[in-house]
Design a protein around this ligand. Structure first.
Ligand code: PNW
Length: 488
């Protein structure tokens, strides 16, 4: 029985917010509908040398743009209380800025009203990677500080329109991912004069300023929902107890989570090891900018899928730092999923998703690390977690597809891990399972399956997978609040 946990007195406290998540480009489709402008992802998926698996695109996606009423009804019928989705910037502003597209705003009006009608609280992300193409072409997108004003103008329209109907706002999804790959998707947009390896740090700098300005705007408008951004990354376990591995682990935190978390949660500034490097690029915040950025999140939202071992590069950290042509420079840390005895850190996910292992044993330590390192009065939300079932993309019969024991195990163990963390005093306030349904997994196309629902990409019929019930059962058994199915 997947819902029997270790200690039945453990509880998700009253008010714990939980649900399922999606992102606009991955599910909406309707790429040409109702005045939507192109985003960088439309170009990427349509280029002649497309890098997406099978030349897959988001043109039609899961057809969610036309099926959202059914999608909301389907989750409400299981008692899911929160739905996290993103708004497409290039629907609202087809050119990224300038004229507002009223049809797009009406679409999201109805999406949000439908949620509320079904008792499902909307959780909204403003930017989940689908940058309006016009802004990339005009000034290099996130590489230019010009984007700060355009992002805030977009935030102003969305905040103004949907205001207090949204319980939790996220400004950005995973800047580590989209800046790391900048210009995301990589190797397409010829960019400016900044060395390719350094572009991500310029992106990150402008993300922090844009996030902070949007947060301050939201507060000045008196929004009653929380505002934060979605950070991401796995737990980092030293491969050995050597001092060089310990140093490499700290460098890895600084170059990943700390890149965005230190400025927002600690002091408005970059963490030490990252700062050493980015200051050589002239990326330093003024005193006013530090004051602007510091404290601009109401909770710590982390997309916390997995864990990995981290270690010093071959030859050691110091030698790597002395050699800027080392492939691991400037981070100078390395990572592996296999420990020195040859054991994998946990079962591997789909072969298209090599960064993901089922390593839920570390989740309580991970959540404690976040709480101790970047304290947030609003607690921690696991804003995404999920599993790409091995070989699920090869299944052909519906019976096989809907039985997903790997994902059932992942959610069962993960929910147990959150309960352990809560029982040990970590303030975990919510979690959002990725994803509401199988969808476009970016450059990997529709092959990896992260959904708790299957989507037939020909008929667009949706079907619940077994793991969806495992996830919900955790709340039926262990939540102080009842799970209430809603039918309208
Ligand atoms: C997230 N990693 O991306 C994104 O927010 C989703 O859009 C995506 O579909 C989902 O996870 C599954 O991939 C990540 O390398 C990409 O650790 C990479 C990593 C984590 C999350």
């Amino acid at each position: 029985n997947p819902t029997v946990l270790k200690n039945e007195s453990w509880k998700f406290p009253s008010g714990f917010f939980w649900g399922v998540a999606s992102a606009a480009y991955q599910i909406e489709g309707a790429a040409q509908a109702e005045g939507r402008g192109p985003s960088v992802w439309d170009v990427f998926t349509h280029r002649s040398t497309s890098i997406t698996v099978n030349n897959d695109t988001g043109d039609v996606g899961c057809n969610e743009y036309y099926m959202y009423k059914q999608d909301i009804a389907r989750i409400a019928a299981l008692g899911v209380p929160y739905y996290s989705f993103s708004i497409s910037w290039s629907r609202v502003f087809p050119y990224g800025k300038g004229p507002v597209n009223e049809l797009a705003l009406q679409h999201y009006d109805d999406l949000i009203e439908t949620c509320l009608q079904y008792g499902v609280k909307p959780v909204v992300t403003l930017f989940h990677w689908d940058l309006p193409l016009f802004l990339q072409n005009e000034y290099g997108g996130w590489l230019s500080e010009e984007i700060v004003g355009d992002f805030v103008a977009y935030a102003k329209v969305v905040f103004g329109r949907y205001g207090n109907k949204v319980s939790h706002w996220f400004t950005m999804n995973e800047p580590i991912v989209f800046c790391d790959e900048y210009p995301y998707p990589k190797n397409y947009f010829s960019a400016v004069t900044i060395a390719e390896a350094d572009q991500k740090y310029f992106c990150g700098h402008h993300v922090l300023l844009a996030h902070a300005e949007a947060y301050r705007l939201g507060k000045s408008l008196g929004l009653n929902g929380t505002i934060a951004f979605k950070n991401n990354g796995g737990y980092k376990i030293p491969l050995t107890n050597s001092t060089d591995d310990a140093l490499a682990v700290q460098r890895a935190w600084d170059f990943n989570e700390g890149w965005f978390a230190n400025p927002v949660y600690l002091n408005g500034d970059y963490p030490k090891y990252l700062k050493d490097y980015v200051s050589t690029l002239g990326l330093e915040f003024t005193a006013d900018q530090k004051a602007l950025i510091n404290g601009t999140a109401d909770l710590f939202a982390h997309d916390a899928y997995t864990s990995s071992f981290y270690m010093a590069p071959d030859g050691g950290v110091a030698a790597c730092l002395a050699n800027s042509s080392n492939s691991l420079y400037p981070g100078c840390f390395n990572t592996t999923n296999v420990n020195p005895d040859g054991w994998n850190i946990g079962p591997a996910a789909d072969i298209y998703t090599p960064w993901l292992n089922q390593a839920t044993d570390w989740v309580p330590l991970f959540l404690r690390y976040i709480q101790d390192t970047w304290p947030s009065a609003g607690g921690i939300a696991v804003s995404e977690f999920g599993w790409a079932e091995p070989f699920e993309h090869l299944k052909t019969t519906k019976v096989d597809i809907l039985y997903d024991p790997g994902r059932m195990m992942y959610y069962k163990n993960y929910m147990e891990a959150i309960l352990i963390a809560i029982s040990e005093g970590v303030n975990v306030v919510g979690c959002l399972a990725w994803a509401i349904m199988d969808n476009l997994e970016w450059a990997d196309g529709y092959l990896p399956k992260f959904g708790v629902q299957y989507v037939n990409l020909t008929t667009f019929e949706r079907s619940y997978k077994a793991s969806f019930f495992t996830y919900i059962d955790a709340f039926k058994v262990y939540a102080e609040d009842p799970v209430v199915p809603v039918y309208v």
